[in-house]
Write a protein that binds this ligand. Structure first.
Ligand code: EPZ
Length: 417
């Protein structure tokens, strides 16, 4: 396993370029199955998770051609619709391919993706969506077979605004007969990006970004080229990195409107943010004020920002309270922060943070993608050297992370294979 060696306390300043959104890229790559032709995607981040999706498409007969700033995906030769188990296990979000295969082939075979580092991550809402659309589901042990002759548009009421279940409902119903309505849909910007991509392909979808989405089935979808939105969680990660280091930073290729709750909380703490069309400049004062955070489905405070934001709060004088309402075990990183001198206690959904003057470098282990990013942010501000192990978790979702950090002054070295 590889590791980062970070020497804390360096002067951090300058500009950072945000990459394309991981969580918009994954469903859009899955949607490329639907046109049985070519899709040219710009701004896809070069990260482990997108590479895994490309690997699955290639295993099933698709082609993926990477050029300088674009990826050309051709799914015309894909005949199989079975997601390889070992790849499914490595990346649970590949379950999003099921909607694409059902939309195009009316068939999909996959294994239960299983839980991950932040919770059980069940998929019963996805299966309920498929059943509602008239798809037969056979479960034999770890394997699930979905099949039907045709998909009929239907009204779907989601029990909870699941991002993945909303995306799978959209993918499976684009080429259905009739219209599908999704109530209580997730409202994330990544779902709006998926709608915009599919409508460019010739789909007829409206309402993404609201709780009510309508998909009018069409017969065929065409070749397309598309530019993916910036990653709002990477944007928030660098804003918090500036705040914990009490410094100024310009975050380019970013859309502040996609992370309004994070911006509002940083301003409540005393940070000054200058927001332009595609960039955010943050100025962090020496003295920051505590705030309380409750993670909620979009447009609430994003759960993916919880760990990095909490880390930034560990050196703010006073007491901050975090409530994690989305995932049941998303506080593992706090034990690692306590080893760096943070004062954090967790009880169920709640974390209580008592600000300390300083964090101290030591050896810590990444436990998941966003928890790992939080440890790196902590290391940049800690006194001494922080070794972050198991950084493969971080490489899943942050493109060129150590290069971007070096460019703004962080003393970081990537060690290992
Ligand atoms: C997406 O995961 C994101 N991943 C997650 O980002 C993000 O944290 C999450 O949405 C919430 O915003 C991608 O887009 C690839 P959900 P997803 O279905 O779709 C429960 C990151 O760090 N649930 O909205 O899996 C579930 O357990 C990742 O980039 C069910 O109970 O999230 C969770 O508690 C982490 N049954 C809640 O709903 C289901 O069938 C929200 O999950 C599905 C979900």
């Amino acid at each position: 396993m590889s590791e980062y060696i970070i020497k804390g306390g360096k002067k951090i300043e300058g500009e950072v370029d945000i990459s394309g959104s991981k969580n918009a890229s994954l469903p859009i790559i899955a949607a490329c199955v639907l046109n049985g032709g070519k899709s040219t995607l710009y701004n896809v981040p070069k990260i482990h998770d997108t590479e895994m999706m490309f690997e699955i498409l290639k295993r099933l007969g698709g082609s993926v051609e990477k050029k300088k700033n674009k990826v050309i995906i051709d799914t015309s030769k894909i005949e199989k619709y079975e997601i390889p188990e070992e790849l499914m296990r490595q990346m649970r979000s590949s379950v999003i391919l099921v909607g694409g295969f059902l939309g195009r082939y009316r068939k999909a075979v996959f294994s239960y993706p299983g839980g991950c580092d932040i919770g059980a991550r069940p998929i019963e809402l996805h299966l309920k969506v498929f059943e509602k659309l008239g798809i037969n589901i056979n479960k034999n042990y770890g394997n699930i077979e979905c099949f039907c002759d045709k998909i009929m548009g239907e009204k779907i009421d989601l029990d909870c605004p699941s991002v993945g279940a909303t995306e799978n409902a959209i993918l499976a119903s684009c080429l259905a007969e009739g219209t599908t309505i999704i109530n209580n849909a997730a409202r994330e910007p990544e779902i709006v990006d998926l709608q915009n991509f599919l409508n460019k392909m010739g789909a007829k979808i409206k309402g993404a970004g609201t709780s009510h989405i309508e998909i009018e089935g069409v017969k065929q979808l065409k070749d397309v080229s598309y530019n993916i939105i910036p990653d709002r969680i990477e944007t928030g990660t660098f804003l918090c990195l500036a705040a914990i280091n009490r410094t100024n930073l310009i975050v380019k290729n970013s859309k502040a409107e996609h992370i309004t709750p994070v911006i509002d909380k940083l301003e409540e703490m005393g940070c000054k943010l200058k927001i332009e069309k595609n960039q955010i400049e943050i100025n962090s004062p020496k003295k920051l004020k505590t705030v309380d955070i409750k993670t909620m489905p979009y447009p609430g405070f994003p759960t993916d920002m919880q760990s990095v934001f909490a880390t930034m709060l560990t050196t703010v004088k006073g007491t901050s309270v975090i409530v994690e309402n989305i995932f049941e075990s998303r506080y593992k990183y706090t034990q690692e922060l306590v080893r760096m001198g943070a004062k954090i206690t967790t009880e169920g959904k709640t974390a209580i943070i008592k600000g300390v003057r300083k964090l101290y470098g030591t050896t810590v282990k990444a436990t998941d993608l966003r928890g790992g990013a939080a440890l790196v942010v902590a290391g940049t501000a800690a006194k001494g050297i922080t070794k972050v192990e198991n950084i493969e978790y971080i490489l899943r979702g942050y493109e060129d992370f150590s290069k971007k950090l070096e460019k703004i002054g962080v003393d970081i070295e990537l060690k290992g294979n």
